[in-house]
Design a protein around this ligand. Structure first.
Ligand code: PEP
Length: 259
């Protein structure tokens, strides 16, 4: 099977941006990024801006993603948005299991696993987010913790389904304290090995991202690593110039490797 490991940069705008501001940011990005041939780019605006951002992306080589989706297709789930609805509005990707949802909304691995399956069944690529807290890291248990999240989160993934996995140590998100490229690479090497060995997934048929305080100054260090195929970017994705620089840097770092 051929490699899918073109670099991927996903901007997670989180709960930021009214419709007008989201439109302005998308327009500015469209002008600044031009055609990012070397790198696939995805924007994940808030739900309320998905439609507008999707329309503005028409004709640009930037894809639309959602920050979350519910596992059931429809029904009495007040306030939720289904994967079918996300596909209907033009999303190609959906974040699943982001640590902020695990922390603030108590989402567990079983629920996350159901979201992965629901996303795939609606032709969305799930981006499964995993990562250890500062306490787990201090206890020296990062790898076993993360591999456990990977195992449970992907436990129902259909054979041959596309997915992306983002390693985002909780202590690195929004803190300015990124993991070192070496440490992130070591974690993702363990994840890739596990997926190949235990799940029999061919090694170059899925992408592994790093997330946590990524910006223009450090992105190339990450994508220059053999196991890191791109980044999930929060804060720096809210500024068009910074995000465009991250995308360029991701492509530059990737060129140093033979992935
Ligand atoms: C994120 O929210 O997924 C993230 C990585 O945020 P930041 O880049 O701001 O650390």
């Amino acid at each position: 099977m051929s490699s899918v490991r073109k670099p991927l940069v996903i901007g997670n705008w989180k709960m930021n941006g009214l419709v007008a501001a989201s439109g302005a940011l998308t327009r500015e990005l469209g002008e600044t990024l031009r055609t990012p041939e070397m790198c696939e780019v995805v924007l994940c605006p808030p739900f309320t801006a998905l439609q507008q951002v999707g329309q503005l992306l028409t004709g640009l080589k930037i894809r639309l993603g959602a920050q979350n989706g519910f596992p059931a297709d429809k029904g009495a789930f007040t306030g939720e948005v289904s994967m079918a609805m996300l596909r209907d509005i033009g999303c190609d990707y959906v974040l699943v299991g982001h640590s902020e949802r695990r922390q603030h909304l108590s989402e567990g691995d079983g629920f996350v696993a159901r979201k992965v399956v629901a996303a795939v069944s609606h032709d969305l690529t799930p981006v499964l987010c995993v990562g250890e807290s500062g306490e787990v890291r201090a206890a020296g248990e990062s790898e076993s913790f993360v591999l456990g999240q990977v195992e449970r989160g992907l436990s129902m993934l259909p054979v041959g389904a596309s997915f992306v996995l983002a390693y985002e140590p909780v202590w690195a998100i929004g803190t300015g304290l990124a993991a070192t490229a070496r440490d992130a690479n070591a974690m993702l090497a363990a994840v890739r090995e596990w997926l190949c060995e235990k799940r029999g997934i061919p090694r170059d048929t899925f992408r592994l991202l790093y997330g946590g305080s990524v910006g223009p100054e450090n992105i190339a260090d990450f994508t220059a690593q053999n196991e890191i195929d791109g980044a999930l970017v929060g804060g720096a994705s809210l500024n068009a110039q910074a995000f465009a620089a991250v995308v360029l840097g991701a492509a530059r770092g990737y060129l140093c490797t033979n992935k």
